[in-house]
Design a protein around this ligand. Structure first.
Ligand SMILES: Cc1cc2nc3c(=O)[nH]c(=O)nc-3n(C[C@H](O)[C@H](O)[C@H](O)COP(=O)(O)O)c2cc1C
Length: 397
């Protein structure tokens, strides 16, 4: 059953944490921390994973489950299992094959890939790399004209849903990035870079592949009229200049005919606003703990949003998913599917497309095993009766 290269096979890689360790060994500190880190004290980031650990299962034993049906229909697309690859900005820095490798891995596994606005490859190339559904994530950097041009291209290329990230009015305070000199390293001023260069000496493999790929590329999907492609260095200011508002949703509905999903909803109120704004879905997300530190773990926030939405639109969630059992727990708590970010990004860093594919397979096989051990043959049957929710969680009863 196992045709994986040795480097990503057992006993070397058994779970996502093993891929994380491999990523840490391959990436320079600044790049690893860009993926692995969160905002400020990283409290929310830790809480995301801890919430999954806190929730416990209530299995139904002495039940035969020879087969498990993991398929799910999300935004009109049939997925082989309810885990979607989340938008991970500038994946091309994590691995030279970046977004193309990740979308290809998703397609081969029968699931969807969401391409970040902050991508290193043209959206048409990322579409062509995958045999599965591809969705586009929008930041309004460069303003409406740049966004409209990208959306027209995305539509023509076959992107079938739009995820509008609403939690990034400015970039969160990621202290690891500041310490590692990310700003200086991207700034292009050699004198400014010098204090931070030593972290690259111990990672010659990454440095060689990065240089062979041509170094830092401009953003081929953010074309600012009169200026051309935006550079990565300008993204931070551009995000602050162009925060998405609910009013933009009205405009987006005119320029994007497909489903629109609000990514970054953490309260019932915002979920209702998303419905009023015409969204077809929400992602309960705190951006993997990378934006406002001190917000609730997404698994804890989920029930309030599920209740507010009351079946009117699709509810997805992300943050802290590292095991198939976590996906099962999210579905028991009312999510239709999860997005995974770091889980596949670690795989991509460790071994390119093979690593991303291995991450997906780990989650999938974990999930199937968990369902069988729970005594549940179909994800449509998963509900709160399969978990014990801690008493102090909002809406626990
Ligand atoms: C390195 C990295 C870059 C990210 N870039 C984006 C992005 O460009 N757009 C976006 O909407 N979310 C972005 N996210 C957030 C993810 O889409 C997702 O919400 C988050 O990773 C989920 O948490 P998890 O990493 O614990 O799975 C990024 C996350 C990481 C780790």
């Amino acid at each position: 059953m196992n045709n994986w290269p040795r480097s990503v096979s057992p006993p070397y890689v058994v779970n996502i944490e093993d891929l994380r360790r491999k990523a840490e060994r391959r990436l320079p500190r600044a790049v690893f921390d860009y993926v692995d880190g969160g905002a400020e004290a990283e409290k929310t980031m830790r809480e995301n994973t801890r919430a999954f650990e806190t929730l416990t299962f209530r299995p139904r034993n002495a039940v035969a489950v020879p087969q498990c049906d993991l398929r799910v229909n999300i935004l009109g697309a049939e997925l082989s299992f309810p885990a979607i690859l989340a938008p991970v900005g500038y994946s091309r820095m994590i691995h030279p094959a970046g977004e193309c490798a990740a979308s290809s891995a998703a397609g081969k596994a029968g699931t969807a890939y969401i391409l970040s606005t902050i991508a290193g490859y043209k959206l048409e190339d990322v579409r062509a790399a995958s045999s599965g559904p591809i969705w586009y994530q929008l930041y309004m950097i460069g303003g409406r004209p740049a966004a409209e041009a990208a959306l027209e291209r995305a539509m023509a290329a076959g992107y079938s849903a739009l995820f509008v990230t609403i939690d990034t009015g400015m970039i969160g305070n990621r202290e690891r990035d500041t310490r590692n000199g990310i700003g200086q390293l991207m700034g292009g001023n050699w004198m400014g870079m010098i204090p931070y260069l030593s972290q690259f000496f111990s990672r010659p493999g990454w440095v060689a592949s990065y240089l062979m790929d041509g170094g830092l590329h401009k953003l081929p999907n953010v074309i600012v009229p009169g200026k051309g492609p935006m550079s990565l260095m300008d993204v931070s200011d551009a995000l602050s200049d162009s925060a998405v508002t609910w009013r933009d949703f009205q405009w987006l509905r005119e320029v994007w005919p497909g489903p629109i999903v609000a990514k970054g909803v953490l309260t019932g109120d915002d979920a209702r606003r998303a419905i009023d704004a015409g969204a077809a879905g929400v992602v309960v997300s705190n951006h993997g703990g990378r934006q406002l530190d001190g917000v609730s773990a997404t698994l804890r926030a989920l029930p309030e949003i599920v209740k507010a939405v009351n079946g009117q639109i699709e509810v997805l969630m992300d943050g802290g998913v590292r095991r198939g059992a976590d996906i099962v727990k999210a579905i028991c708590m009312g999510a239709r599917a999860v997005l995974v970010g770091r889980a596949y990004a670690y795989g991509l860093a460790a071994a390119g497309e093979t690593g991303a594919a291995r991450a997906i397979e780990i989650l999938r096989t974990d999930m199937e095993r968990t369902m069988k051990l729970l005594g549940c043959s179909c994800i449509g049957e998963l509900d709160r009766t399969y978990v014990d929710v801690p008493r102090d969680w909002p809406g626990a009863s």
